[in-house]
Design a protein around this ligand. Sequence first.
Ligand code: ADP
Ligand code: ASP
Ligand code: MG
Length: 425
Amino acid sequence: MSLIVMKFGGTSVANEERIRKVADRLIEHKKAGDQVIAVVSAMGKSTDDFVNLAHNINPDPPRREMDVLMSAGEQISMAILAMAVEAKGYKAMSFTGSQAGIVTDVEYSKAKIREIKADRIFYALNKGYIVIVAGFQGVTKSGDITTLGRGGSDTTAVAVAAATGADLCEIYTDVEGVYTADPRICPRAKRLDVINYEDMLELSDSGSGVLQSRSVEFARNFGVVIHCRSAFSDKPGTLVKEVSDMESAVITGIAYDNSEAKVTLRDVPDRPGIAAQLFASVASVGANVDMIVQNVSENGMTDMSFTTPLKDLPLVKDLLDKLVADLGARSYLIDKSISKISIVGAGMKTNPGIAAKMFSVLAENGINITLISTSSIRLSVVIDGSLTEKAVQCLHTAFGLDSDTVFEETQLSSEELAAKAKKGR
Ligand code: ADP
Ligand code: ASP
Ligand code: MG
């Protein structure tokens, strides 16, 4: 008898038919004698709808109330799925994050799981129930509802798998696993049989939304092997686990992120303390900063650019006029149509010349780079957002990642595809 955690994303539970299919999958394992815990996301794009609703009512919704609202979608799917299982003659019991004992800190909208008190989960499992846990949510010590950041149901699944000592953690989604690039913008992307935690973490951090980066961090820290696979087929997907460096490809995958904006301060006096003053102000309003670049100074003046999430831009915007005056800069510019393209691979550590190759491939394709950043296993460049697909595809080909077959979408409706295409923008 195994204990299995199976997580189903929004597309996988988007309608009645898909929910019944999920119920069948859970029952199949139950019949085989396994103990089953399902973790579910909100149906379809209902979380996006909640965000829009909230902002129509209040452009600056209170963060606590926002989490109460955002957590509602998962509560609907968990109950409906439990009903679908019961309708098929099996016992199911659903739990909200709070009922499942998922205790978090108080950082609304990006809370971190501190502890899982899994007693009620074990009680229900031992009574023979299929347990269904709402993804993406937890509760603070004082009883307030929190959410774990967009895509957070992945993290719920991995954390529950770690806390219950599950034998398997399966993440069911709408593609057949982790690919060398998002197959929706790079049709020649290849599904990977296996990827190590380090590469997966870097891909997720760089924008590959297939697994939330916190879930990968959790999996690495607690040694949980993730099997990321399709909810629409029985084909094996991708294993995310520890793999020795020896087996790592030079470049494992390519990610893009179009959820950031670039802010440039023109003609800032180039003297000690300026960067500290600038970034202390940005931090003070709670805006995140990703990449930073300072140009060579001319006549004691320099340009400074940084990228910040589009969602944090309003906070930064409010600061900019004052900052320009305080720092003695000339002006500022905001570019919202940028894209960050990252190539990732643990093999990069031991293979020189990767940066030169990336830059020359982009140059040959007429793609201009405005910012660059690196880690030991990642190279990222900022380019014009309209060139995202072209950049990912030409790098994918140049680094020998192209598959012989072309990705074909078979399950999603045109509406769902359009919603996916808008993600992150
Ligand atoms: P779910 O609702 O199941 O959590 P997500 O939309 O969060 O699904 O993640 C799946 C999507 O991630 C895919 O539809 C795909 O477009 C996108 N994606 C981005 N990068 C990758 C990648 N490297 N491999 C697979 N999918 C990717
Ligand atoms: N429903 C949440 C979201 O859309 C969490 C998730 O799907 O993982 O971000
Ligand atoms: Mg997701």
